[in-house]
Design a protein around this ligand. Structure first.
Ligand SMILES: Cc1cc2nc3c(=O)[nH]c(=O)nc-3n(C[C@H](O)[C@H](O)[C@H](O)COP(=O)(O)OP(=O)(O)OC[C@H]3O[C@@H](n4cnc5c(N)ncnc54)[C@H](O)[C@@H]3O)c2cc1C
Length: 285
């Protein structure tokens, strides 16, 4: 098998243009599992882990955004300074696999696989991240929801790779929660990211593993924004009632299926509980 190891983005794109059938390998934590099970049979590989541009991140304080190279690992996302800038992404990253997986696995690989259970994806959705794709005709940028087309399907075109993700910095509490069949080394059965933004008085809720791709819950978001006293940071009315109603609206926004990990009914219930818990954490009484 031909394996190319470019060290620049330009060289990676040239390698892809020269061999359009080549498969992109980042940390390999999905790629190698699929190869070992025979679900993927690569004949040539472009390894991205030495591409300097993909390993870089930057904080634009004026624009209030963070641009994260696709090759940034969960380990980097878990630690300061990135963890302080993007706390929900750090929280989600800490739930991924084991230390070995977090050392190797990348945010670009999570997007590349595009599983509805990918832990980084609800956070990127709730924060309205954009995905930068580099290709033969330059870079194009898509909202993350246009990038995630369906179950393990993305908007990546021929000759393109994920270069980076830009994540807006919000001003408010944000967090991530996940349910699996055990407490560690587990793929989500249901997950949720809640992010609040005081200046825009908005609450964003993204749901993972309960639909063909990550879903937002617009009805729950709009309803709950009116239940918040934005001056004091507390919920109006009985917090338990508000959280319960919010959870019910979140569950109603889900579109789960029965599969080998769980049932649709449990997933729907669990995602409602996660949403209600996150809301209580965001607005403690
Ligand atoms: C034991 C174990 C536990 C795991 N636990 C979790 C978990 O808890 N939560 C979770 O979300 N995931 C988990 N995973 C899955 C995996 O670790 C993540 O999805 C990870 O983010 C994949 O990143 P990677 O760099 O290893 O990608 P790779 O495996 O190298 O690639 C994954 C896919 O993305 C494509 N790709 C990679 N980089 C790019 C790029 N820059 N541009 C375009 N396409 C690209 C590849 O071609 C491939 O199709 C686990 C995996 C294992 C083996």
């Amino acid at each position: 098998m031909a394996v190319r190891m470019p060290t620049t983005l330009t060289a990676a794109l040239e390698a892809l243009a020269a061999d359009p059938a080549a498969q992109l390998l980042a940390g390999g934590t999905d790629f190698m599992v699929e190869t070992n099970f025979g679900h993927r049979t690569p004949t040539s590989v472009i390894a991205l882990d030495r591409v300097a541009e993909l390993k870089a991140w930057s904080h634009d304080a004026a624009d209030r955004t963070v641009r994260i190279g696709a090759g940034i690992t969960y380990r980097t996302l878990c630690e300061p300074p990135l963890a302080a800038l993007l706390p929900a992404l750090a929280e989600a990253s800490r739930t991924v696999g084991s230390p070995q997986i977090r050392n190797a696995g990348t945010i670009g690989g999570n997007l590349g696989t595009c599983s509805p259970a990918g832990d980084a994806l609800p956070v990127l959705s709730a924060l309205d991240a954009t995905v930068h794709l580099a290709g033969p005709s330059g870079e194009r940028t898509l909202p993350v929801h246009e990038f995630m087309v369906g179950v393990k399907r993305t908007a990546l075109g021929p000759g393109e790779l994920i270069a980076a993700i830009t994540v807006p910095l919000l001003d408010g509490w944000q967090g991530y929660a996940k349910v699996g069949v055990r407490n560690a080394m587990v793929i989500a059965v249901a997950s949720a990211c809640l992010a609040t933004d005081r200046p825009s008085r908005s609450v964003r809720l993204a749901l993972g593993a309960v639909g063909p791709t990550v879903l937002r819950a617009p009805e729950a978001e709009a309803w709950v924004a009116d239940q918040v006293d934005w001056e004091t940071g507390r919920l109006l009315g009985d917090p338990l009632d508000v959280a319960h109603r919010f959870g019910t609206l979140a569950a109603a926004a889900s579109r789960p299926i029965d599969d080998h990990r769980s049932t649709a009914a449990y997933r729907r219930h669990a995602v409602g509980v996660l949403a209600a818990r996150l809301l209580r954490r965001a607005f403690p009484s």
